[in-house]
Design a protein around this ligand. Structure first.
Ligand code: UD1
Ligand code: CA
Length: 452
């Protein structure tokens, strides 16, 4: 089998997006469009990927700096054929070269694999994907002879009235034998309505040269829909959301309202987890089994164990272990590690802290820069005072500590295992093990004061 190399065209301007961001860097389900295409290319076994950049080239390269891709620069956008010419050094005679686009994020590995099978089993010089669509305006048309054999592609702007009636369109996705692509490109001309070098003109060129060229017709044109505007971006978002949600449901996740459940591409969810309406699950979030998430919760790069309940809350870049409940209205900020069977209740904020197993933080509490042990009871309104206006300090609390309501723990401070802190205390010094710490003024009652 020939080596598979992929060229992704991403040099176009995307005027209709009305954006300062290069078009291919707009995101669908939390991932840039061009990265969706790179993922698809990798998913069908591409050994090398070359992205042709032009408009916003530096920004696109920067956004892809962690991906295994090379770049070719197309300084002027003189057509799709011209774009591929810029990747000339990348094209080997004896590789299969697949051409994809940075603005068609919905294309799937399954469809590409079908094209590769078609290409290899027919031993074609060029294979393309075509589709029959009701409104073919704008697309290149596939022209066939009386016997239905492929003849050529004609761009809409160059097509005759009769050719414009053809409903079979060019998806723009091709697999070339490297040798055929090289030859086709070398013979391309730009004597057409747009004065551009059209990549699909290579089809007719190679056919006339004695090569085998054929189109694989697919039923669903939706997969190669390009995104040229914000409206199409939103449509791609809906299509991708449906696809992702379907995959999770097939894997055993219950969704009460899939249309109101937003899951980015890389999120992982365990079996028998239930997602209530309004879940926004982002980044590298991983959710275990038997969890209930939502309603109305946002999780970004969160790791949830099994049996976690997370409702009406936000969690960022943190982990929550088995059996813990979060919310309603809790805010877990980055770098928290929350143990098993913990309770993080309403109006609790936790930041850059560790919270041990079985600890209860039921309400109205701020835990920041803290190492809290196991089975602690945080009374309502506890505050770790971690900031003196210049620096942040840590609070360390041992196991089995009982913290009365409205306690301030002024960091840096340590509370030993098993201690009790009286309600309303402002703790500024370390509390040893098994103590009762009282740090508030003793009450005085002034009798008859009101009447006087
Ligand atoms: C292209 C095909 C058409 C097909 C349609 C499917 C050509 C000439 N026509 O038309 O047959 O039906 O796709 O969507 O190929 N690009 C560059 N550099 C360029 C020109 C384009 O990188 O110089 C990129 C664009 O950013 C875009 C893609 O190639 O992502 C397609 O280019 P565009 O000019 O929009 O071609 P279409 O008119 O869509
Ligand atoms: Ca286009």
């Amino acid at each position: 089998m020939n080596k598979l190399k992929v060229i992704i065209l991403a040099a176009g301007e995307g005027k209709r997006m009305k954006s300062k961001l290069p078009k291919v860097l707009h995101k669908v389900q939390g991932k840039t469009m061009v990265e969706h295409v790179i993922d698809t290319a990798e998913g069908c076994g591409a050994e090398d990927i070359c992205v042709v950049v032009g408009h916003g080239a530096e920004q696109v390269k920067e956004a892809l700096k962690d991906r295994k891709v090379s770049f070719a620069l197309q300084e002027k956008q003189l057509g799709t054929g011209h774009a591929v010419m810029q990747a000339g050094d990348f094209i080997d005679e004896d590789s299969d070269i697949l051409v994809l686009y940075g603005d068609t994020p919905l294309i799937t590995p399954a469809t590409i694999e079908k094209l590769l099978d078609f290409h290899r089993s027919e031993n074609n010089s060029i294979s393309i994907i075509s589709a029959l669509i009701d409104d073919p305006a704008g697309y290149g048309r596939i022209i066939r002879d009386k016997n239905g054999s492929f003849l050529k592609n004609v761009e809409h702007k160059d097509a005759t009235e009769e050719e414009r009636l053809v409903k079979e369109v060019n998806s723009g996705i091709y697999c070339f034998k490297g040798s055929a692509l090289k030859k086709g490109l070398s013979l391309l001309k730009n004597d057409n309505a747009q004065g551009e070098y059209y990549l699909p003109d290579t089809l007719e060129i190679i056919l006339k040269d004695g090569g085998r060229v054929n189109a694989m017709t697919v039923a669903d044109a939706g997969e190669f829909a390009g995104v040229n505007s914000r409206v199409q971006l939103a449509q791609a978002e809906v299509a991708m959301r449906k696809r992702i949600n379907l995959k999770h449901m097939e894997n055993g996740v219950t969704m009460i309202d899939p249309e109101n459940t937003y899951i980015e591409s890389d999120v992982v969810i365990g079996m028998d987890t239930v997602l209530l309406p309004g879940c926004v699950l982002e980044g590298k979030t991983v959710i275990g089994e038997n969890c209930t998430v939502g309603p109305n919760s946002r999780l970004t790069n969160m790791k949830l164990g099994n049996g976690v309940k997370f409702q009406y809350s936000t969690g960022l870049d943190s982990s929550v272990d088995d059996g813990t409940t979060v919310g309603p209205y809790a805010y877990i900020r980055p770098d928290c590690s929350i143990g098993k069977n913990v309770r993080i209740g309403d109006f609790v904020e936790v930041k850059n802290s560790n919270v041990g197993d079985g600890t209860k933080v039921s309400h109205l509490t701020y835990i920041g820069d803290t190492d809290a042990g196991e089975r602690i009871n945080f009374g309502c309104g506890t505050v770790t005072v971690n900031y003196d206006g210049k620096k942040k300090f840590r609070t360390v609390i041992g196991d089995d500590v009982f913290i009365g309501c409205n306690t301030n723990l002024v960091a840096p401070v340590k509370v030993g295992d098993g201690s009790y802190i009286a309600a309303g205390s402002t703790i500024t010094e370390d509390v040893p093990e098994n103590c009762l710490a009282i740090a508030r003024e003793r009450q005085t009652n002034k009798s008859g004061w009101v009447k006087r």
